[in-house]
Write a new protein. Structure first.
Length: 186
């Protein structure tokens, strides 16, 4: 199994890093694309360096490497996640503006009808943001803001991040034990 992961400069780099760690633990081949602002956000928000994050991936690319294999529809993969996804990246994808490797790989993922999950990070949302999300959702893109759930009684931020990461893995069809499943009331 191969997964493409894009990390943009939106706040929440921890989601992309945690997903990358979990995919590595699962033995899944990963193709990481870091935007220039992602590198800055990683350094500002986490204990990681961009180089350490890139080392977690099977393969890593810079956002300006439009000759990378993931830029082509002939590159076979089982899905792409952008975690976190900035509103700039969302808008670029919605309007087919493939000016970097993250948006090009997303464009190819859509045209090849493979799963694309966008962990959008912004609040509050404007009508422009919502229209761009709706446009992509109508094309089958999964819009998944990292909204925490609390029925599992999280005790740490890590608990919240792992629960959300597990849900992304669920959407990709990857078995995991990160998600505390809803048991309902009895």
């Amino acid at each position: 199994m191969r997964i493409i992961l894009g990390i943009t400069g939106a706040s929440g780099a921890v989601y992309g890093i945690t997903l990358l760690e979990q995919l590595k633990l699962s033995g899944i081949e990963t193709h990481l694309i870091l935007s220039p602002w992602a590198a800055k956000t990683i350094a500002l928000e986490t204990r990681w360096t961009p180089e350490q994050v890139m080392a977690l991936a099977s393969y890593s690319y810079t956002a300006n490497d439009l000759a990378a294999p993931v830029a082509s529809g002939s590159f076979m993969h089982q899905g792409m996640v952008i975690a976190p996804c900035s509103m700039k990246t969302l808008a670029s994808i919605a309007w087919g503006y493939s000016d970097n490797l993250i948006t090009r790989a997303a464009d190819v993922t859509i045209k090849e009808r493979r799963p694309l999950i966008l962990m959008i990070r912004e609040t509050p949302l404007s009508a422009i943001h919502l229209e761009n999300m709706l446009k992509l959702a109508r094309l089958g893109v999964i819009i998944m803001p990292p909204v925490p759930s609390f029925y599992q009684h999280p005790e740490t931020i890590e608990d919240l991040v792992l629960q959300t990461t597990g849900r992304v893995l669920d959407l990709l069809g990857i078995e995991n034990s990160l998600v505390k499943r809803w048991g309902g009331t009895r």
